[in-house]
Design a protein around this ligand. Structure first.
Ligand code: CP
Ligand code: NVA
Length: 297
């Protein structure tokens, strides 16, 4: 039987998402991966995803093996499918961080073990699980709450839109023209029960919001666009005056890595409304919760 995959958040139904978050908070998880391996493939750099997922595997009794794209020659030394089929002979699950989301789809189609997206150009579902758990811990139920996004509308934003809508929140996204979430991602989010709006005006998105979230202006692989992006995103910096337009005590989230003085000021990310360290810690808890759910915990 084909195993469940997590290529994006909407691979989970709303009640499954709640179950994964509940499992993430289990204090004494069963060793569902005892004696088993999980292969984690990285085509791009990673600090949080690699370490949090490796430790989640360890906490479930398993053994993580992280691989760089260039050491296995993904689609060069052999096809992604052949590599995935080989790794699936040794490992109970595969994870991959890829430039091109369709490579993940090919990997998931080639194997019967669970495949988890560790970030692609389209999505970052493990990040969205941690974001949602952090918001749930800070705000309680997200039903009817307002989650604002300010910045680039790519992978992290698109998965947070899906997660927020799946949890019944209203998601308001503010991005410069040309950097907004892909229309199919907005349509998928809108179909999930929450409400999603996209604007170019950060103040409009943030007004009265319960959470304000952002991400880097230049994603991995886009380094040659950095100068243009700095200009285009300048009005989208989350600073004290923008955050003051949100609800009193609104939570600030950033997936990290962060660039103080670009997408966020030090005053905000290091200030009292910031939950970024709780959010980073939750990367491990939610990776463990997801694996627990995938392996029947
Ligand atoms: N937030 C996140 O995915 O961080 P890394 O790129 O360091 O894994
Ligand atoms: N949007 C960023 C997220 C990093 C975790 C990137 O893709 O580089």
């Amino acid at each position: 039987m084909k195993a469940r995959a997590l290529l994006d958040v909407d691979d989970l139904a709303a009640e499954e998402l709640v179950r994964v978050l509940d499992l993430s908070e289990l204090s004494d998880p069963p060793a569902v991966l005892r004696g088993q391996g999980v292969a984690l493939l990285f085509e791009k750099p990673s600090a949080r995803t690699r370490n949090s997922t490796e430790m989640a595997v360890v906490q479930l009794g398993g053994h993580p093996v992280s691989l760089r794209g260039d050491e296995v020659g993904l689609d060069e030394r052999e096809t992604a499918e052949d590599l995935a089929r080989t790794l699936a002979q040794y490992h109970a699950a595969l994870g991959a961080r890829v430039f091109d989301h369709t490579v993940l789809e090919r990997i998931a189609a080639a194997v019967d073990v669970p495949v988890v997206n560790l970030l692609s150009d389209r999505a970052h579902p493990l990040q969205a699980l941690a974001d949602l758990l952090t918001l749930r811990q800070r705000l309680g139920s997200l039903e009817g709450r307002v989650v604002a996004w300010v910045g680039d509308g790519n992978n992290v934003c698109q998965s947070l839109m899906l997660a927020g809508c799946l949890a019944g929140a209203e998601v308001r996204v503010a991005c410069p023209d040309g950097y907004q979430p892909a229309p199919p991602a907005v349509e998928r989010a809108a179909a999930l029960g929450g409400r999603v709006t996209v604007t170019e005006d950060p103040a409009e998105a943030v007004r009265g919001a319960d959470a304000v979230c952002t991400d880097v202006w230049t994603s991995m692989g886009q380094e040659d666009e950095r100068a243009t992006r700095r200009q285009r995103f300048e009005p989208y910096r989350v600073d004290g005056s923008l955050l003051a337009r949100a609800a009193p005590g609104a939570v600030f989230l950033h997936c990290l890595p962060a660039h103080r003085g670009e997408e966020v000021t030090g005053e905000v990310i290091d200030g009292p409304q910031s939950a970024v360290w709780q959010q980073a810690a939750n990367r491990m808890h939610t990776a463990r919760g997801l694996l627990l759910w995938l392996f029947g915990g």
